[in-house]
Design a protein around this ligand. Structure first.
Ligand code: S5P
Length: 261
């Protein structure tokens, strides 16, 4: 299934969730549909990467629980960089428990994710109550949920009927859900959702722990998703800044080609 609407056009359709609208607008303005997964394990490394590649990306994706020296100063500095370079912050927490527990995991504990993250990932496996637990926070702070509809890893159980149900659950909760983590655009994915795809790399097709990679042009042109999420392909390269520029250019050209087809 192709999408031929521009990000600008889709920002106008995305009037249910403010973060979806914000991201579509940012992509049009910055001419970038690149997100980087900053899976580094110290504050300094993540911040250095964010400063180096900030101008190339629209979203920086974090796993704060892998940062060994995490503290509140990290969040302050990351926020400052996100304003300097104009990117959004995506904490990839993959919430999956009952609503009541998730509420605490989102708002409390060491990380207080709700205070600084523009978007978070949510598994649908526990049922729609999980979405309700974000509602107050999400609507008040104008952030967005990304539902895991498909995964990049080998043998993933997020397939078929499960994937369809995730899309239906998102459609019932358009005020909270801004989009999906998925590997392709499905016919029932409305245009006002942002589709983000991890498992993207130019130089490898897999890792040794089940990750599977596609190229950026294949994902954006053939699979018709919107944002590529690149981790090791960028942060492990010799020169992350120029590598990020390369992925950004390929992904944006692919988006423009898709529009003109
Ligand atoms: O299906 C998925 C969903 C996610 S969010 N597959 C993934 O790989 N991810 C995340 O994307 C994963 O947690 C990691 O942060 C990133 C991919 O990193 P890479 O180094 O393999 O590019």
């Amino acid at each position: 299934v192709k999408s031929h609407l521009s990000f600008q056009e889709r920002s106008q359709l995305a009037n249910c969730n403010k973060m979806a609208q914000k991201l579509f607008r940012l992509m049009s303005e910055k001419k970038s549909n690149l997100a980087v997964a900053a899976d580094l394990t110290t504050k300094a490394e993540v911040l250095k990467l964010a400063d180096a590649i900030g101008s190339e990306i629209v979203v920086l994706k974090t796993h704060v629980d892998i940062i060994s020296d995490y503290d509140e100063d990290f969040v302050k500095q990351l926020k400052a960089l996100s304003e300097k370079h104009k990117f959004l912050i995506f904490e990839d927490r993959k919430f999956a428990d009952i609503g009541n527990t998730v509420k605490y995991q989102y708002q409390s504990g060491v990380y207080k994710i709700s205070e600084w993250s523009d978007m978070v990932t949510v598994h649908a496996v526990a049922g729609p109550g999980i979405i309700d637990s974000f509602k107050d926070s999400v609507l008040q702070k104008e952030c967005g949920l990304l539902m895991l509809a498909q995964m990049s890893s080998k043998g993933s159980l997020c397939v078929g009927e499960y994937t369809q149900q995730v899309v239906e659950m998102a459609k019932q909760n358009q005020d909270c859900v801004m989009g999906f983590i998925c590997q392709e655009r499905l016919s029932n994915m409305p245009e006002h959702f942002v589709l983000m795809t991890p498992g993207v790399q130019l130089n490898n097709t897999a890792d040794t722990l089940g990750q599977q990679y596609n190229t950026p042009d294949y994902i954006v042109q053939e699979k018709s998703t919107d944002v590529i999420i690149v981790g090791r392909g960028i942060y492990q390269s010799q020169d992350p800044k120029s590598e990020a520029h390369k992925y950004r250019t390929i992904a944006w050209d692919s988006y423009e080609k898709r529009l003109s087809k």
